[in-house]
Design a protein around this ligand. Structure first.
Ligand code: PLP
Length: 429
């Protein structure tokens, strides 16, 4: 049987039973660059970015799309989005450094950190990066270093959402953002210190496929903006509703309706901005996953097929050291046998990695074509929080990354060699 047609959109293609990605054969990529291998489609990243921008600008002109770099900070990915004109959301000085290295001007970078050190604040001040504050102490500490020209506050809109508890970043139980009273205090302090230009921000969580949580939280955010405006006379250059737009991972998942999202969110935005007399702020979003997730697959080779009295395991060369999401969040990633797309699904497999832990499964109880050793598996939707969360656990060097576009390919990150495992270490006398 052919895989569910929905998986054969975008860069995925079935040519005579063989998987192609953005015009390049998965088998040829595995032959040329070995496995495990992350393959990134340039065309898909550009399509995702353009689709989102178009959907938003249809309802409001002043739009900014900040790419949340933590989802995938490969330089090639950053470079593509820089060329598209994206802004960038950084959560660490390292991401700011990567963005500046890529060529993002400081004016297009927003830093949203939590638990930030003084030397990090100094680095941000010296680099002229706009900071989005996550605590009153962080603001006080920055003001002692330098009074910035622009400043934003991350508000906890009291409504969170996300695909897993670890990914809900607003509401009662999260460390993120300032509650309303403290948010007002922050703007008051900043204004008194001489800050003149302001933004306001929230981020409700990750992997959200419904429009309603965004609308509810944005309403709360704008309500806080109104308070700040009324009490302090502050006006806002931008209102940032954060990231979190989900993507379908399971064949039966629906996509977020982007047109509806844009329509509902921006209708509320325009109504409240007018009602509250907030001027004409930029409307910003910070997608990470949405831009890069389905633009990448992970190729992994089958080493072993093992049948026990209870289970059938396909042992592959990528484990949770390579892709941690299934182990960390219980996430589903669709798996295809890249060299047998037309074969019927005949057996049920657990796809297991090489790590010495029972939790090292990329997929559980999957109906797949009969797998033989040497077959090539493709793990879909691997572009967000894939390579970025990989590790050297079990002393395995990290995978390579290759960029593909319209039938062409180029290595964008070399496979780590064994010497990467000892780099920087020394044995004490
Ligand atoms: C992680 C993060 C994002 C991106 O989240 P996605 O779910 O990948 O869209 C955006 N903004 C902030 C502040 C984040 O921490």
């Amino acid at each position: 049987m052919t895989p569910t047609p929905q998986w054969l959109n975008g860069p995925l293609e079935n040519r005579g039973g063989k998987l192609y990605f953005d015009g390049v054969s998965a088998e040829e990529l595995a032959e040329a660059f070995d496995t495990p291998l992350y393959v990134i489609s340039e065309s898909r990243i550009r399509d995702n970015y353009t689709r989102l921008c178009n959907a938003l600008t249809r309802n409001y002109e002043k739009i900014r799309v900040y790419y949340a770099a933590k989802a995938n900070s490969n330089l090639a990915v950053l470079n593509i989005l820089e060329k598209e004109g994206a802004y960038l959301d950084a959560v660490s000085p390292g991401e700011v450094f990567m963005a500046l290295t890529t060529g993002f001007p400081p004016s297009r970078i927003l830093f949203t950190g939590t638990s930030v050190r003084n030397d990090e604040l100094r680095f941000l001040a010296d680099s002229n990066i706009t900071v989005n504050f996550d605590s009153l102490s962080q603001l006080d500490r920055l003001l002692k270093i330098k009074v910035p020209t622009v400043l934003s506050v991350r508000v906890n809109p009291e409504i969170g959402a996300g695909h897993h508890n670890h990914c809900i970043t607003a509401g009662k139980n999260t460390k993120f953002g300032l509650w309303e009273t403290d948010a007002v205090k922050a703007y008051k302090t900043a204004k008194a210190a001489g800050v003149e230009r302001f933004g306001i921000h929230m981020h409700v969580g990750s992997g959200v496929l419904d429009v309603d949580p965004f609308v509810l939280a944005l309403d709360k955010l704008l309500n806080v903006a109104k308070k700040v405006h009324d009490e302090l006379g502050v006006s806002f250059e931008f209102v940032d509703m954060g990231g979190g737009i989900g993507v379908p991972y399971k064949p039966e998942d629906n996509e977020l309706d982007l047109a509806l999202f844009s329509e509902k969110v921006l209708a509320l935005f325009k109504r409240r901005v007018k009602e509250y007399d907030l001027g004409e702020p930029f409307f910003c979003v910070e997608p990470g996953r949405y831009l890069v997730c389905d633009a990448s697959i992970l190729l992994t080779r089958v080493n072993t097929v093992k049948v026990t009295p209870f289970k059938r395991f396909a042992g592959v060369d990528a484990g949770f050291n390579t892709l941690v999401r299934p182990t960390m969040y219980g996430s589903y990633h669709h798996v295809l046998v890249a060299n047998k797309l037309d074969a019927p699904d005949e057996e049920t497999y657990d796809v297991a990695g090489p790590v010495c832990e029972s939790g090292d499964l990329l997929a559980k109880d999957r109906r797949l074509p009969k797998i033989q050793e040497g077959d090539l598996l493709a793990v879909l939707n691997a572009g967000a929080y894939g390579y970025a969360m990989s590790s050297q656990y079990n002393a395995r060097p990290r995978a390579a990354e290759v960029l593909v576009k319209d039938g062409k390919c180029a290595v964008t990150r070399e496979r780590e060699r064994l010497d990467a495992l000892v780099s920087g270490q020394r044995v004490a006398e």
